[in-house]
Design a protein around this ligand. Structure first.
Ligand code: CP
Length: 308
C-alpha cells in the first residue's frame, strides 16, 4: 500500500482510510526507535531536504531523525543561511532544488499555502511541516496516533481543543483529523481567539474551559502564539491563565482517565500549569516520541513505499 497522492499538504484532504493507513504504518515503524541500531535501509539512496522558514525544535528534528533512521540522506536548509535572505523567491528556490533531483521536500513556511505553491513546481513529494495559520498535518497525525495508542480508538471520543485557536494550524488540522475519524470535537478559548464560523470545520464552540472538559476523553491545550499577536486579544497573561489555563484545580472537572496533549512548545504557567504538563495524565512526550514514527510512515508511504 502507498498513499494515492503525491504530497501531504493538509489533513482536510485525507480520507479516514488514508489516516488509518498512516497510523498502522507508523505503528510498524515505532519499534525501530527502540533498537540498539536505530536504522532500516528503506530509503537508502534517497535524498530528503528539510526547509524551515520558521523556527522549530520538534518537527524539524523528528523529520531529520525519521529520514536518517530510514537511511536517507537528509539535508537541512535553515532559511537564515539560505539565499532567501538575498531575496530569492520560493519559486526560484523550488526550481533550483528540483535541479538537484531530491526525492522529498519537507517545508515549514510562515505563509499559509507556501507548501502548496512549492508542490506545484516540484515533481517530488512535498510534506507540509506547518504553513502560517493554515495546517500542520504531520502534527495532527501524531496526535491522532498518540490518542489511538492511549485510548484504543478515536471513534466516539470527546476531544477538547483549548486556547489560541485563531493562530493555530495545529487546531485546524486536528479538528479535521479527529472529526474525520469520528470523534466529537469541542473548541474553547477567549472569544477573540475563536475564528467566526470555525464550526464549519466540524466542531462545536464552548465558552468555558471547565464546562468543555466535563466528560472529555482528550484535552489538547494550545500555546498562546505571542509572536503572532499584533494587538492584545486578552487583558493580561495572568487573567488568561486564570480563565483558560489548565491547572490541577480545573482538571478535577475532567474524567479520571483524561489524556492531556500539547503540541509544544509549552508556555508553562500560561495555557498549562507545570503540574499538569508533567503530571500523570500528560501525553506530551509520547506525542514527541510518536512524531518520529509517524514521519517515518509518511516518508515510507510517499517516497519509499512498495508500489501498488
Ligand atoms: N509542535 C511543533 O510544531 O513544534 P516545533 O515548532 O518545535 O516544531
Amino acid at each position: 500500500m502507498r498513499l494515492k497522492r503525491k504530497d501531504l499538504l493538509d489533513i482536510e484532504d485525507l480520507s479516514r482510510d488514508e489516516i488509518e493507513l498512516i497510523m498502522s504504518t507508523a505503528k510498524s515503524f515505532r519499534e525501530v526507535s527502540d533498537r540498539d541500531i536505530k536504522k532500516v535501509p528503506t530509503l537508502r539512496g534517497k535524498t530528503i531536504i528539510n526547509m524551515f522558514y520558521e523556527p522549530s525544535t520538534r518537527t524539524r528534528t523528528s523529520f531529520e531523525i525519521a529520514a536518517k533512521r530510514m537511511s536517507a540522506d537528509a539535508i537541512n536548509i535553515s532559511v537564515s543561511t539560505s539565499s532567501t535572505v538575498k531575496g530569492e523567491t520560493l519559486k526560484d528556490t523550488a526550481k533550483n532544488l528540483e535541479a538537484m533531483n531530491p526525492d522529498c521536500i519537507v517545508i515549514r513556511h510562515a505563509s499559509s499555502g507556501g507548501p502548496h505553491m512549492l508542490a506545484r513546481y516540484l515533481k517530488c513529494p512535498v510534506i507540509n511541516a506547518g504553513d502560517g495559520t493554515h495546517e500542520h498535518p504531520s502534527q495532527a497525525l501524531l496526535d491522532l496516533f498518540t490518542v489511538n495508542d492511549a485510548k484504543g480508538r478515536i471513534e466516539g471520543l470527546k476531544v477538547v481543543i483549548a486556547g489560541d485557536i485563531a493562530h493555530s494550524r495545529v487546531a485546524r488540522s486536528n479538528i479535521h483529523g479527529f472529526s474525520t475519524m469520528g470523534a466529537e470535537v469541542r473548541v474553547v478559548g477567549p472569544p477573540t481567539m475563536i475564528p467566526v464560523g470555525i464550526e464549519r470545520l466540524g466542531c462545536s464552540v464552548v465558552d468555558s474551559l471547565e464546562e468543555a472538559i466535563v466528560g472529555a476523553d482528550v484535552v489538547m491545550m494550545l500555546r498562546v502564539q505571542f509572536e503572532r499577536l499584533h494587538r492584545p486579544l486578552f487583558p493580561s497573561i495572568r487573567e488568561y491563565s486564570l480563565v483558560f489555563g489548565l491547572d490541577t484545580e480545573k482538571l478535577k472537572k475532567a474524567p479520571p482517565d483524561v489524556a492531556i496533549l500539547h503540541p509544544g512548545p509549552v508556555n508553562r504557567g500560561v495555557e498549562i500549569s507545570p503540574e499538569v504538563a508533567d503530571g500523570p495524565y500528560s501525553l506530551i512526550l509520547d506525542q514527541v516520541k510518536n512524531g518520529v514514527a509517524v514521519r517515518m510512515a509518511l516518508f515510507y508511504l510517499l517516497v519509499g513505499g512498495a508500489k501498488e
